[in-house]
Design a protein around this ligand. Sequence first.
Ligand code: PEP
Ligand code: MG
Length: 422
Amino acid sequence: MYEIKAVGARQIFDSRGNPTVECVIKTGFGRFKASVPSGASTGTREAVELRDGGKEFNGLGVSRAVQNVNEILSVVVKGRDCRRQKEIDSLLVKEDGTPNKSKLGANALLSVSLAAAKAGAAAENMELYDYISELSSRNPLMPVPALNIINGGKHAGNSLDFQEYQVLPVGFKSFKEAFSAGVEVFHQLKKNLEKNYGRSAINVGDEGGFAPQLRKVEEPIDEILKAVESVGYAKEMVIGLDVAASSFFMGGKYLIEKKSLGIVSMLEEYETLLKYYPIASIEDPFAESDYHAWEEIVKKLGKRVQILADDLTVSQEALVAEAIRRNRANALLLKVNQVGTLTEALESAALAHNSNWNVQVSHRSGETNGTFIADLAVGIGCGQIKSGAPCRGERLAKYNRLLEIEESSGALFAGRKAFKPK
Ligand code: PEP
Ligand code: MG
């Protein structure tokens, strides 16, 4: 019953219409399916997505990754007990044999790893979040959703330099209340943007947030806070940013609002933002290789605000360890496809948690309708998830799964303390 009987993959398409990998694992308990997301503002040290190259799909086909699952990885995991996640993942990693999973592709490996976890949960007759909770030895907790309601940077066709402007509904008793309030803010923001900037301002970006033609860094925050106030949640909501600074770092300077800023000026910019706005989280405030700048911001602001590492650490344990040692952030953004197996992602999260860092589970800008990360966020009890705006099916799939989990699990809502730096 427990043994993996068959493994098969196919090419499907993500929310940007780019090819990605879907894997199906068969056991005596049924068929278990998982798919792989894809980023646009990627860190250079992420595990490698194997793409076909050539003309078709602009080189983004995944037929080689699919073939690697069907012909190589399937042989490796067939006959294994689906409840042995660690063993399965280490076999996958060993078969690839490269430090960055460039031989078989992290997309190939991850599709198998996630499908195996679903098979394992079913074999134990457990919900996936409970299964992950056992794997990670953490208590389930409902996360605060970081709702990215204004998109910029590489995720939108506007002129905003910062990539994500999130509203964080922290002051509620349940995920359901928090999320519903976030939805109200989203709709109020839509009305305001349309009234103030015209219909084109309510077009949405890759993650479902609006992509108005604003230019100044703080303008989206003003708009979000106006919407928050008019629906009456000024006390319950705070702001999160993903600056994604690697995307406008050129020649050692940060190019924002047509200015070229050094580290000191960028730090002043963040200090000013914190002075005037209720900001609880800043992701990727500096470029992935600008280590000194990360150390400076943690020294200056790390007690007051969550400094969240994405491109800096790319969910990989060795890079997380280095960032912890050097005090370069105080929180980890966890994206399973940056590393390539569930076990490795859980190890990175455990290291962060054990070092008193916060952890936020994250989608990618190119997503499928898979809901694995909803269970992951609850299962590792990290208290935070980002899955874009409450708009676009692939973003809502995760939030709707969280509504379902809250009903069945009775897990508590993380609330305000989830974002407090420790
Ligand atoms: C991010 O940068 O945090 C993000 C979700 O975007 P992408 O998937 O494009 O890296
Ligand atoms: Mg990011």
